[in-house]
Design a protein around this ligand. Structure first.
Ligand SMILES: Nc1ncnc2c1ncn2[C@@H]1O[C@H](COP(=O)(O)OP(=O)(O)O)[C@@H](O)[C@H]1O
Ligand SMILES: [Mg+2]
Length: 263
């Protein structure tokens, strides 16, 4: 069966810097697939190639069985994108931002306006319908970007670091909404450098560093396969603490480095 999305042997360099190094992955319908790696690992570059926003030096991308970028318009119509940095129009209200985005997809105004209350409700932004992005918190802006990305009822939602920079409450709300979308059968491609986020959301993931795939699988199976069930950590002032092994440990095992958590 053809996967919903497939990237094969992607390579991209900026000058002498190989940023994406022979990266391949696929996404099945209904999956949440994660590209996990520290800052500078090549996550955004990979997504940009997948979205036809950047050209790979070599490799293929196929979405819905169609080649990217040659079928870019047809592919974009079936995708929703939440980029790493907000691209909301600061002069438009929340509802106008969604309206403008829907028009960009060639949707009719009445069809968009019919969806706006539902989308704002989903984003917990009903009370902010008339507010401009400048009046929103970081979490609200990110949820507006999510609502906007859903205007065309995409089959595949692509999110670049959906909770970076958000406070814990806003992160939890975003996770809850993404899980809700997954429960409706939506497929998701996301990147993150938060291992807890990956463990919570991803049905499958690949861990990358320097643009290279280190390891791929389901979070639990990767941990079970490559790590002991428990790790012992020596925390200053607390003594020796036993805790469950996690994806962070796995990254450390493969690179000898801690995942850089700053952003
Ligand atoms: N337009 C660009 N020109 C030159 N170097 C770039 C460009 N975009 C990204 N890079 C470099 O590519 C590497 C990967 O960047 P990026 O894909 O943004 O990583 P991530 O999203 O995982 O943090 C970094 O070393 C970054 O500095
Ligand atoms: Mg990035």
């Amino acid at each position: 069966m053809t996967p919903l999305f497939e990237a094969t042997n992607l390579i991209k360099s900026y000058g002498a810097n190989k940023v994406v190094d022979d990266l391949s992955f696929h996404i099945a319908r209904g999956e949440c697939f994660g590209i996990i790696g520290p800052n500078g690992a090549g996550k955004t570059t990979t997504l940009k190639i997948c979205l036809g926003q950047s050209q790979a030096d070599s490799g293929q991308v196929e979405a819905f069985g169609l080649d990217v970028p040659s079928n870019l318009l047809a592919v974009k119509a079936r995708m929703g994108v939440v980029s790493q940095f907000d691209t909301l129009d600061p002069d438009f209200s929340c509802e106008e931002n969604i309206l403008a985005y829907g028009r960009y997809y060639g949707m009719r105004d009445h069809a968009i306006k019919e969806r706006i209350p539902k989308l704002l409700g989903f984003a917990a932004l009903t009370h902010k319908a008339k507010a401009r992005p400048g009046e929103l918190s970081g979490g609200m802006k990110r949820r507006l970007s999510l609502a906007r990305a859903l205007v065309n009822e995409p089959e595949l939602l692509v999110l670049d670091e959906p909770t970076t920079g958000l406070d814990p409450q806003a992160r939890h709300l975003m996770w809850e909404r993404l899980r809700e979308l997954l429960s409706t059968g939506m497929s998701i491609l996301l990147t993150t450098h938060f291992m807890d986020e990956a463990e919570r959301l991803c049905s499958r993931l690949c861990m990358i560093d320097h643009g290279k795939k280190l390891i791929e699988g389901t979070p639990r199976s990767l941990i079970a396969e490559h790590l002991p069930p428990e790790m012992t950590e020596d925390i200053e002032g607390v003594g020796v603490l036993k805790r469950r092994s996690n994806l962070e440990d796995l990254f450390f095992k493969y690179t000898g480095r801690q995942m850089r958590m700053d952003s």
